[in-house]
Design a protein around this ligand. Sequence first.
Ligand code: ADP
Ligand code: MG
Length: 263
Amino acid sequence: MKIIAVANQKGGVGKTTTSVNLGCALAEAGLRILIIDLDPQGNATSSFGLQELEGESLYDPLLGGVSITEKILPTRVDRVFIVPADLDLAGVEVEIARMENHLTRLADTLAPLRADDTFDFVLLDCPPSLGILMTNALAAADELLTPIQCEYFALEGLVKIVRIIEQVRDSGANDRLEIGGIVMTMFDSRTNLSTQVVADVREHFGARVYDTVIPRTVRLSEAPSFGKSILEYDSNGTGARAYRALAKEFVQRHESRDSTPPL
Ligand SMILES: Nc1ncnc2c1ncn2[C@@H]1O[C@H](COP(=O)(O)OP(=O)(O)O)[C@@H](O)[C@H]1O
Ligand SMILES: [Mg+2]
């Protein structure tokens, strides 16, 4: 089992869209996926057509009340499970901050999942901030998957993330953390800007950047309101094809992981 933090401190870059659709595409390929909604906004939760349910989130497990295994719910997609978010999660940061092991609370919470081998990948859909939940996600993760929107300042944002990773490593909370992959999102083939941004990011981050680029398509933004992944909502469209291609590349990379040097 591998834990992947889908993280970028910026909001609106495609973290949730990628967690949900990459997760479903991996499941379509036969892998067993757990998505953990770490954002109190609960966008991943509602993308599966699930209502926010009071008490159904990582809140209690994070505070040591119950095991995470009791908060795992099935979704309507085969092999995709979720730990939903609720608004309580917004308050958990304050509570965790008071705890002694405040950097590794999430890692400790996920430990039972590492022990039993129910899932192939756990995707942490991170909130858009540098708060305690995000740092906990980085401390718990085997690697980082960072969606970057094809727009100005993409590189600046990435430089920040690299610095944060270094801080987490230096803190001793997770010395094996690395950028596992960068996925360019909302690519608009009609603009030179998109093409330029992808070229710049590739120049700096080389093989870390997935070959697959996610196009901007209104279908991807519509799907969540129907509680469906793009694979179900528009199965043959460009969005679904892109996320299937990303899943394929993701699997290939994880089969030959040892050959990629850490960043
Ligand atoms: N490739 C895309 N094309 C069009 N809209 C997208 C695409 N990816 C995400 N969106 C939309 O952009 C908004 C932000 O995406 P989201 O995945 O929620 O970002 P984040 O989780 O990083 O805040 C959402 O409304 C989403 O539906
Ligand atoms: Mg989100």
